[in-house]
Ligand binder design. Structure first.
Ligand SMILES: [Zn+2]
Length: 243
């Protein structure tokens, strides 16, 4: 299987938002990755990255004042980096704007795989507020080929790509195991160090569930599997990945 990481853009903000205990005046800039998995027959996009219009003016695009806490910069949106016309699957690790934002730019016929608990949370007002979900990112999914999952899922039926339910950061966050040697962890851990220090962002659906999901991914890492963090600028490099 061919695996490639793309960087669709950058988020800059106070480091303390993303890693508890950091100096609030310290700023951090980190990449927003998306991944393409390709076999002879399948082209699977893992996360979509940012929507260009949201990057231009997040507060008016989302009609949410806190969207201005982040400075967004586009590298190139996902449609400029891959041929989205031949995708066979879209997997969303979760529904945050930096993962689901560009969904609206993808062909509506491609099936989109989301955990049911994520989808239900994204339609509950209190959960939406608590998780900083922006419904504009996923409202178009109502008319799409949406596949809701209840836990771990063998995506292609041959064990080559397994979606792992890793909740906590959001209600139904999922990570993606590719082959036997690689896990795309998503935002269970923003940084590689988070797998050991559990210094999470200041917000989460459920910190103790997130800690259990970290334990799950850390065990995989300790067994020799590469676990990629969600947004670690020191670790994530666009380009082909080997497993
Ligand atoms: Zn993220």
């Amino acid at each position: 299987m061919k695996i490639e990481m793309f960087n669709v853009g950058w988020i800059s903000s106070s480091a303390a938002i993303w890693r508890q205990g950091e100096d609030p005046n310290q700023r951090i800039r980190f990449p927003v990755p998306a991944y393409l998995l390709e076999t002879e027959r399948e082209r699977i996009l893992i996360d979509t990255g940012l929507h260009p219009a949201a990057v231009d003016d997040p507060q008016s695009y989302y009609e949410r004042p806190e969207a201005g806490l982040f400075e967004l910069r586009l590298e190139r949106d996902i449609t400029a980096q891959i041929d989205v016309g031949t995708l066979t699957h879209v997997v969303l690790t979760h529904l945050h704007f930096d993962h689901a934002g560009a969904l609206a730019l993808l062909p509506p016929s491609v099936p989109v795989f989301v955990q049911r608990s994520e989808w239900e949370g994204a339609h509950d007002e209190a959960t939406v507020r608590r998780n900083f979900f922006y419904p504009r990112d996923y409202q178009a999914l109502d008319d799409r080929n949406l596949v809701l999952l209840d836990g771990d899922h063998d995506l292609l039926g041959d064990g080559s790509v397994t979606l792992l339910l890793t909740p906590g950061h959001t209600p139904g966050h999922q990570s993606v195991k590719v082959g036997e040697r690689l896990v795309l962890g998503g935002d269970v851990a923003h940084f590689s160090a988070t797998l050991d220090d559990k210094r999470f962002p200041v917000f989460a659906e459920d910190f103790s569930a997130q800690a259990r999901s970290v334990d799950r991914l850390r065990q995989l890492r300790d067994s020799g599997i590469t676990v990629l963090p969600g947004h670690d600028p020191g670790v994530l490099r666009p380009g082909p990945l080997t497993t």
